[in-house]
Design a protein. Structure first.
Length: 465
């Protein structure tokens, strides 16, 4: 990644003592403003042994009147080419309700079997299914000693058929209990929910996957069928700190599980946490794309960012509200920490972001930080994808087309202003989607809408998703 940290004051400390000579317990930091009243010069990216962090504001000079601003925090895992793949404990929770009958049920069974076949010797797998209630079909360890148990699990999957209601809460409760029994801190622990996302009731579902994530079991969701509830399945993946996929065609399954297991094998740190503390004159409005918790007394926000993958980026955009200002000042403090798999140590990287203020609009515009500003524009594009799809779903085709046309015009203008080929590519992709939507009509729209929402979800999160 290119440096994203203009005017960020960075350092890093380890869980036990110092890393690279930095004393544990604090940072040596120059004043927010230099002798000429401008922010201090940029400094390099901060790096721990398992990950690096780049943090920056969208502009190094903000409007004197204050208003909206954005910060970006990018956490990239440092790939360890010598590391061995961690063993896995995988719990499959399969929706077998009446709405799953037919192709969706067959796809779910095919997906569950593909997940098991993708595992390696020593991995553990548990299988749970649910309709009006939930059934624990048992567990097995992959390898010769567990061959009979594994065959029994595949047999149980093969015998499933759609019936009755959709008590997803029971499925997650029984699945969570199975995942807890198989949990091992030395393993990658995952729960995979396969469903069309149409439960009898939604209250309590998000809390359950969040509680599992808090205990180290992350939830990935796999949406099945053209009519699945993508909003719920994406929300459960958010709260569960996992990934979110959807299956339109059975032939997609092999690629999905290859991608998922490949990502899990590249984990270099676990339980990443981003702590955001606003400076005086700053308010955190929202953290985009990630579940977060705000302290009502201090305004500080904590983001549970899940696992850190080697060579992949967890990309967090933070929307801020700034008070009016004249002198350069601190804006936001960032503290990122994760447990390195290689050592077990809790590593921490800290950053303070500062900005100058000006009443000259041109000076403010010229101070744009490319990689942060590009992330902001990708977020705006993601919002356009989602809102246009809402209009299309409501048969407001003209409104959706106007919104996408305007979004493409903005992407073109910003790609030129920021010198970003990435935004130019986003513009082209949005144009192709708009054409396909208009040419394909309602028959195409179900799949196209869900694909666009999945793209928007991933745009807001980074290459780790």
């Amino acid at each position: 990644m290119k440096a994203l940290i203009p005017y960020a004051i960075l350092g890093f400390i380890g869980a036990a003592g110092a890393i690279l000579g930095r004393p544990a317990g604090g940072l040596s930091r120059p004043d927010a403003a230099g002798p000429d009243g401008r922010p201090p010069a940029p400094v390099p990216t901060a790096t721990a042994t398992s990950f690096r962090v780049e943090a920056g504001l969208d502009r190094t000079v903000q409007a004197r009147a204050g208003g909206d601003a954005f910060a970006r925090v990018a956490v990239e895992g440092i790939a360890d080419t010598n590391a061995k793949r961690l063993p896995m404990s995988l719990t499959l929770v399969i929706d077998r309700s009446g709405s799953m009958a037919g192709r969706k049920m067959e796809d779910a069974k095919r997906a569950a079997t593909a997940a098991i076949d993708a595992l390696s010797p020593g991995d553990r797998v548990s299988v749970v299914s649910f309709d009006d209630g939930a059934v624990d079909h048992g567990s097995a360890t992959v390898g010769p000693a567990g061959a009979a148990d594994l065959a029994a699990l595949k047999g149980a999957i093969g015998a499933l058929f759609g019936r009755h209601g959709t008590d997803m809460i029971a499925g997650l409760d029984v699945g969570g209990a199975a995942a807890s029994r198989s949990y091992d801190d030395a393993r990658v622990n995952r729960l995979l929910l396969l469903s069309d996302g149409r439960p009898n009731q939604e209250p309590g579902l998000r809390e359950r996957v969040a509680a599992l994530a808090g205990r180290g079991v992350l939830t990935t969701t796999l949406g099945l069928g053209q009519d699945y509830n993508e909003d719920l399945m994406a929300a459960l993946a958010d709260q569960g700190r996992g990934h979110y996929y959807f299956v339109d065609r059975p032939e997609q399954l092999a690629a999905i599980f290859t991608a998922e297991l490949s990502s899990l094998s590249s984990i270099v740190a676990k339980e990443a946490t981003i702590e955001l503390t606003p400076a005086k004159g700053t308010r955190i409005v929202e953290v985009i794309g990630f579940a977060s918790h705000a302290d009502p007394k201090t305004g500080a926000v904590t983001v549970a960012a899940g696992d850190v993958y080697g060579g992949r980026v967890t990309d967090i955009l933070v929307r801020l509200a700034l008070d009016a200002g004249t002198d350069a000042r601190d804006v936001l403090s960032v503290r990122a920490s994760a447990s390195a798999l290689a050592t077990g140590a809790r590593e921490t990287v800290e950053a303070r972001l500062a900005a100058g203020f000006s009443g000259d609009a041109d000076e403010v515009a010229r101070s744009a930080v490319q990689n942060v500003a590009v992330k902001v524009e990708k977020w705006r594009a993601a919002q356009a994808w989602v809102e246009a799809n809402r209009m299309f779903d409501s048969n407001d085709l003209d409104g959706g087309n106007r919104l996408l046309t305007a979004a493409q015009a903005r992407l073109e203008a910003q790609s030129q202003a920021l010198g970003s080929e990435e935004l130019k590519q986003e513009q082209g992709e949005m144009g192709r989607y708009q054409k396909d939507n208009n040419d394909g009509g309602a028959g195409w729209r179900g799949v196209g809408t869900r694909a666009a929402k999945k793209k928007a979800w991933s745009l807001n999160k980074g290459s780790a998703y």
